[in-house]
Design a binder for this molecule. Sequence first.
Ligand code: C5P
Length: 414
Amino acid sequence: MTQHILLIVSGGIAAYKSLELVRVLRRKGIAVRAVLTQSARQFVTPLSLGVLTEDHVYGDMFDLKEEREIGHIQLSRQADLIVIAPATANIIAKMANGIADDLATTLLLATDKPVLAVPAMNVRMWHHLATQRNLKRLHADGIHILEPDSGDMACGEYGKGRLPEPEAIAAEIERLLALPAFDPLTGQPDFAPPPSAHLSGRHILVTAGPTHEPIDPVRYIANRSSGKQGFAIAAAAARAGARVTLVSGPVQLSTPAGVDRVDVQTARDMLAAVEAALPADAAIMVAAVADWRAADAAALKIKKDGSGAPRPLALTENPDILATLGHHARRPTLLVGFAAETNDVTAHAQAKLARKGADWIVANDVSGDVMGGETNAVHIVTAAGIESWDAAPKEAVAAKLIEKVADAFASCSD
Ligand code: C5P
């Protein structure tokens, strides 16, 4: 199936490279429809872009003929991906502030499709605090940004701000097209569970992130968990209609839509929050809970004592939240644990299943960069055997897992 790009060309000296970009994309079999901003017309003509795209080139919001042929809302939704290349500091500032004062910016505000901005500008404009602030905001809004190259610039200066080569932009476009569709509200890939995955009326409890175990008021023991996998699972469960409680350790993630979040720091806090959230139909324990904490955390900052010998750090074991639930009077009907292992992944997971009293263990190999990374390859270990899933974005793993949870409930209520 042909994939479609809506290419917005905004006005900068690099606009001429958009012609080569169209050529590269067309060679890859990707259809391109172009929108030229008013100032981009100073650098590229609608005619040359139209010849290369073999399509009408759009530009004027108030052109009745254009609006009759294809309305701007439709235009913003027909593509699989919207690409702004080059994206000037001006269009980036408008996007960051939701300004819609021409066709290009109106489309960007009306779209429900993923957006890639490829900035190109003078090096000082790139480094300006306002531009950096706007880019940060776009990033937080889920807009993809392909960073400019460094090098000699058309204006005679040297530095960051050059439009990447068309081949590099095309490669990023292909990468984004290969991702699943996006959720317009979260800006995240929309791995909506299939219609069969209904969890309405169910309460799903999820733990996520690391825990921080204090050593003294300024130091703590932690791990590299980002919380991404747990948050994705909570988001997928909410999309499937469940009431979701997400008990999270310290992470830099925003709360998924429709999820009740309880923030905690330590394993003991997490256990208390989990128990307070019961009863739950299913609990999915994704948190990388610290196994140990400082035996006696100091109330005041520990100082060097001048002897040169570090003070020994005595540790004590934390409660095992998963195992506690596994043997709890109010044990959730379905209890799922995670097992992050660097070796003998499935053998360890099988042992954990029994030891923790869980129904499923989702085992993953964290010897690579899973912790903090975007993808995950997991094995689902149950009493019935082992299912191995191919490496996939964490959101896709989450959707598949929630589908499996929904199936489990559907089959036990049949
Ligand atoms: O034993 P291990 O830490 O590998 O077990 C991992 C699983 O157990 C995860 O589901 C994790 O959330 C859970 N766990 C827990 N409390 C702990 C340690 C691990 O709930 N103290």
